[in-house]
Design a binder for this molecule. Sequence first.
Ligand code: NDP
Length: 330
Amino acid sequence: ELRWALIGATTIAREWMINAIRQNGGRIDSVMSSDAARGRAFADEFGIPRSTTSLDEVLQDVDAVYISTTNERHHGECIAAARAGRHVLCEKPLATSYEDAAEMIEACRIAGVVMATNHHLRNAATHRAMREVIASGALGRLLAARVVHAGTLPIQMLGWRLKTAGAGAGALLDLLVHDTDLLRYLTGDEPEEVMTYAQNGGLAIEGIEDAAMSLIRFRSGFLAQVHDSFTTRAQETSCEIHGSDASLIARDNMAQKPAGTVTLRDRNGERALDLDPEDYYVRGTRAFVATIRGEGRPVATGEDGLRSLAVALAARRSAQSGKAERVEGS
Ligand code: NDP
């Protein structure tokens, strides 16, 4: 039985990850919150024996940690966990700077612990089916993508994402990392350059983007057009991959809940792909646990988290400079 600590008494832990850990046979022994009373209430609500405000303490007597604090905290918490010999499943964006994320990966490598990034969209039945079709060569030469990751934020998420610049607020660090990771997963290609216009549609405080549109150029010449937003009430999410011979069109697919459809369009017409849905977080956590046992690899590694972060950071620079920006490390 793998012993876990939760670093962060958070919405994502509450809604998805406590279940994902327990479904995979994990035992959650402790939770850390910066607020003792909230941490205790959280622990009581979920039957977690220990709660603490101390990072040192939460790392004691566990095998793995799930880090889901605000983004600027991931760096210090991940490095402390690695140095204590704990395996690390970390939320995206891995950090708020490229250097921080690279240091986290290095600390885990030196400590010999498994590190994974919780890029849940790789686990979606929609995206797994798309990847298979693309790998079969059925699309021909891969040319372009259009991704819409836009909608409204639920009330419990109307906090630091919209107002705390230091926590990595904004649609780019929150959403573009997912889109980028998904495109890397689907195509196997690497993003090299980004051009972004950011928008403040009145939801985030001044100076923080609550929506953005980006163009990403990949190594092979593949181009992606991406719309990220917290501000539209009635928009459907989607991901389209267009090749020279055929196109894949996923609708209602950029979400936390298993959902969505995928259509393959080619010269013979259209057909819906058969999908076998499973909870994204349960599936991702299963791979992380298997890796610890030496039986697999993470669905998204620390390096994958670094690559997606690098694109979001380049997009932020581009929104400032008004120019296309190179993706660090590409
Ligand atoms: P929350 O806003 O729920 O929690 C973030 C931090 O805010 C916590 O660490 C907590 O501090 C503090 N906090 C939580 N609740 C309260 C409260 N009621 N009052 C005051 N402070 C509070 O974050 P999310 O769950 O939305 O996101 C956490 C991380 O997970 C982020 O890195 C985010 O990007 C990522 N995420 C990933 C998703 C995915 O699908 N992969 C989906 C959603 C989020 P403390 O820990 O000290 O108690």
